[in-house]
Every structure is written in C-alpha cells, then in structure tokens.
Design a binder for this molecule. Structure first.
Ligand SMILES: Cc1ncc(C[n+]2csc(CCOP(=O)(O)OP(=O)(O)O)c2C)c(N)n1
Ligand code: SF4
Ligand SMILES: [Mg+2]
Length: 332
C-alpha cells in the first residue's frame, strides 16, 4: 500500500552553502585525523543550535572530547555511563520540563540530544533507549556507529560488519572469519518496536551532502522521542588513510550495505536509493577492499556478503528496516 509523505514544517538546508557557520563543537578535541564521528558531532550541534543540552555516553566521543579538562563543546553537555544514553536523555528532558513548569527557567524549546556509540547504544544501552522512545519527552538520540568499541581499542560490537578484523576477532589460518555475526539492525528494530516514536532515520554525516543535517532538523522539529543512526567511518578501526573517510561513507551507502532511510509517522522514505539512480549498487567488494580490516577476506567471503546485501534489497519487504520477506498464504 502506498501512502503520501507527511508534511513536516522544518527549516530545510538547501545546499552546503546554507549550513550554519557558527561552530558549537570546535577545537579542543583529540579525535583521530579523519574521524567521521567528530563530523557527526559537529554537524548535529550546528543545526540544533545553542539552545541545546547534550548528554554523551562513554566512548571515543566522550573520552577524546574531554581530555585533561578541555572540551570542544560550546553548549552544556554532560557525560553519562556507557549504556545510559536513553535514561540520561529522559532525565535531562524531565528536569527541564520541571524547571519550566515551576517557572524557574523560561518556557522555550530546549533540545535534548544524547549521543551514544554502537556498543553504548546498540548493545549495552538498547533497553534504556527503548524506554526513552516510549516516553513522551522531547529528545533525540543519535547512535554514532563506528562499528567497534573504538575507545577501548577496536573490539567487535553487535554492529561490526561481518568478517571484519577487530581485537576481539583476529583472523587466523584455520578460521579466517571470527566476526561471524551479521550487523544488528538497530534503527529498524527501534522503528518497528516503538509505534508512537514519530521519527527514526539512518544517516551519514557527509553523504549525501546535507542529508544528515536535514534529518537532525526534522527530528527536532517533529519532537517527542526520536532516533538517528549514523554510519561513521573510523580510520583507526577500519584501517585506511584518514583522507578517505568521506569516500568510505559514500561507498558504504552506494554498495547498499548501509541503507539510508527515514521513517516519518510510519512512512518509509529511502533517502538514497540505487534502484532509482538507474546505475544500480556498486559491488560490495569495492567498499570492503579499501579497508585493512577486511584484508584477510577470501573470494567466498565477498560472495557471501554480497549475497546477504542483495537479499536485503531484493527480497525484504522493507529493505534495511525488517528482514520480512513476505506474508505467506498458508503455513510453512
Ligand atoms: C560499564 C562499562 N563497561 C566498559 C567500559 C569500558 N569502555 C569505555 S568506552 C568503551 C567502548 C564504547 O564503544 P562505543 O559505544 O561503540 O563507542 P566508541 O568508543 O566506539 O566511540 C568501553 C567498553 C565502561 N566505560 N563502562
Ligand atoms: S578511534 Fe575512530 S571513532 Fe575513535 S577518535 Fe579515532 S577515528 Fe574517531
Ligand atoms: Mg563504537
């Protein structure tokens, strides 16, 4: 059944020259050169603006951003425990609501944004985020996904790509593939499981240009609890030269391994869709062979990964969202 896209009243950024110039995440951080997660941070706060409070779970984006009493944040931010992203956002939003109700602060829109990593949000903190998405508070949770527990030296998480080398999954001659789990589908799981959450999206900070920023704008404009999953190439963990971060994000989307979509009030919109470009998806191997973490893969592994990606796009009813292939007329 087709339905029309709901109209959301938000200020759309039309082109990179319209991106706000003001920096609210600025110098003073110690992330690696080419860290896409830092770009994710810089981007969301640019569009959210100064009337924003940020909570950040333990991980690279907390540790590298607050070394030795320095910080790049120009807005109020608070560190929270690994896995406590959802509850920290609920607590912050509840506190602000109470202060407004008591007349202790002006009754104005103050954005509450939590960022948590793929381990912090997608594995350890998934319960708290689920609770946050069932709440009636105005908050946005951004899961920045660099596909590892990067801060503690690149351990595999539930979101690490199949076959990747990490410190938990070193390849050997007998078992070349130690990371045998398929990437956990966090955005889809949260969208499907929280019918009153009005906005869930996947994004990449740099591709397509302004897409991520507009998704943040839209989530904040829609209000209530909302969720965005960002795909963040990490030069250290993915093992490539820092100059290629943007390119890798783009390749990950163009090969289809990381689908870009948003779900607004139950309507799915594929925000980059190879089926509509007329060119089709690029081979997954083109994306994988540009990263040292896949150097040990053999032809059969590339074939397997390609098949999984093809199945998702060609057989799932909602590619990227839920691995449901159809409704059968009779019992199997
Ligand atoms: C309860 C708990 N367990 C383990 C740690 C150690 N630790 C700190 S950061 C981190 C990795 C977090 O990974 P992720 O959420 O993906 O963020 P990233 O480091 O990749 O940015 C771990 C395991 C911790 N701080 N708290
Ligand atoms: S390890 Fe990866 S996520 Fe962490 S600061 Fe470096 S590039 Fe960024
Ligand atoms: Mg991580």
């Amino acid at each position: 059944m087709s339905s029309t896209a709901p109209q959301i009243d938000y200020e759309k950024i039309k082109g990179v020259h319209k991106i706000p110039l003001e920096e609210l995440y600025t110098s003073g951080h110690r992330t690696c050169q080419g860290c896409e997660s830092a770009t994710t941070m810089r981007g969301f706060i640019k569009v959210a603006g100064s009337r924003t409070v940020v909570t950040g779970a333990t991980g690279c984006m907390y540790v590298a951003n607050t070394s030795y009493l320095t910080t790049p944040w120009i807005v109020p931010w608070m560190h929270t425990q690994l896995g406590a992203g959802g509850s920290s956002a609920v607590g912050m939003a509840a506190g602000l609501r109470a202060l407004k109700r008591k007349g202790k602060i002006k009754d104005e829109k103050i954005n509450v944004i939590n960022f948590s990593g793929d381990l912090g949000a997608g594995d350890m903190g998934i319960g708290g985020i689920s609770a946050a998405l069932q709440s009636d508070y105005d908050l946005l949770i951004i899961m920045y996904d660099n596909e590892s527990a990067a801060n503690t030296d690149i351990q595999a998480t539930g979101l690490t790509t199949f076959g990747a080398q990490t410190t938990f999954t070193p390849p050997g001659t007998k078992h070349p593939i130690m990371q045998r789990r398929w990437k956990k589908n966090v955005a889809g799981m949260l969208a499907v499981g929280h019918p009153t959450c009005r906005y869930v999206a996947t994004a990449c900070a740099t591709f397509p240009p302004t897409d991520y920023l507009n998704k943040v704008q839209k989530a904040l404009a829609i209000g209530g609890p909302t969720f965005i999953h960002t795909y963040d190439p990490c030069p250290k963990g993915w093992d490539y030269h820092p100059r290629f971060s943007n390119e890798l994000g783009e390749l990950g989307i163009k090969c289809g391994i990381y689908p870009l979509y948003e779900i607004v009030d139950g309507n799915i919109i594929y925000t980059w869709d190879a089926r509509k470009t007329g060119k089709g998806r690029i081979p997954v191997k083109e994306f994988l062979t540009k990263q040292g973490r896949f150097d040990h893969l053999q032809e059969e592994h590339f074939t397997h990964i390609q098949k999984m990606v093809d199945t998702m796009w060609d057989e799932w009813e909602m590619p990227g969202v839920a691995p449901i292939k159809g409704i059968l007329k009779a019992r199997v």
